[in-house]
Design a protein around this ligand. Sequence first.
Ligand code: TXA
Ligand code: MG
Length: 354
Amino acid sequence: MDTLLMKEEQGDIVYEKAGSILRKGGLVAFPTETVYGLGGNALDHTAAEKIYAAKGRPSDNPLIVHICNEEMMEPLVSVIHPKARKLMDVFWPGPLTLIFPKTDKVPYETTGGLDTVAIRFPSHECARKIIASANVPIAAPSANVSGRPSPTIAQHVIEDMNGRIDMIVDGGNVGIGVESTIVDVSGETPMILRPGFVTKQMIEQIVGEVLVDAAVTKKVSETVHPKAPGMKYRHYAPKAPLTIVSGKEKAVANKILDMVKEKQEEKQKVGIICTTETKLFYLKEQKQAYAPIIKVIGSKQDSKAIAHNLYSILREFDNENVSMILSEDVSIGLLKEAIENRLMKAAGHNIIHV
Ligand code: TXA
Ligand code: MG
């Protein structure tokens, strides 16, 4: 299949084309404020099946349905709890996905067989215009091949999806860089299933008590079953194994340097993920043979930058010849939970405390 590539700045012609492809049951990747999505008509079960095939994704992993106004969700959900309404009023449009009991209108192919449906009203103008042009709710998982980091620029989508889908809309770099916060509002007490840019504290301020699914922080096991089926898969995995090193700044750097030396003796190169403040610890290694490849994820003072750069750095390492990646524990600041959840998954929960 030939994939049509268009740029957001080409204007209305892009939205018209994307809308028409989506209405006919085709697939279009487009930017949102969180990550790029891979859209198809949420009410057409064959479109949902095409999405699973393009991503190589298990079909028991439900898709998030994207809307461009609240009226669009009325036929899709059977109950809107008052707490859900409050969250919608405060955080929509924006990076918050809410889970509601579904109606018969939503095919089980879209919800992975569940009786609930995830709804998201993105704030990104391009996403909203494409949904409006399609004039149907749009099922859109992240536009990566299953198991790879979510795409934050169009080039990532091209790498994963070129030839597999009908169209890619290039809207430049996304703003946030990690996927939306998911909150289940189908019961009495809201429960966070996936942390994101909208934090627990922000949600508590609006609705009071909020639960957090155990699978957000713990490794999925026989006793920990995630409520969001997608959280059970080893997501965001870079090609080289990733280890997180956590502890005091200097001790972390020393541990990483020791491990770099070990690998150098085996004539292997290591990748290092560090911060603006800690980069200097590793610079002296740059003169050695098999020097480590150092990538700065952002400043310790700027958790938004760290969240924004995480996936693109993991993807960059896939194109470097490194045998392992060592990351400082960069889950810090306001977006600590969101960063930690993605980093731990990418590392398969492989963490060394020093
Ligand atoms: O920011 C985002 O949410 C991005 C952009 C494209 O909007 N989308 C996204 O979709 O991250 P995806 O498919 O990569 O992740 C959807 C997650 C999965 O973990 C899935 O299991 C969960 O949402 N999910 C979807 N519907 C659900 C439901 N009814 N109940 C529980 N979890 C659900
Ligand atoms: Mg995803």
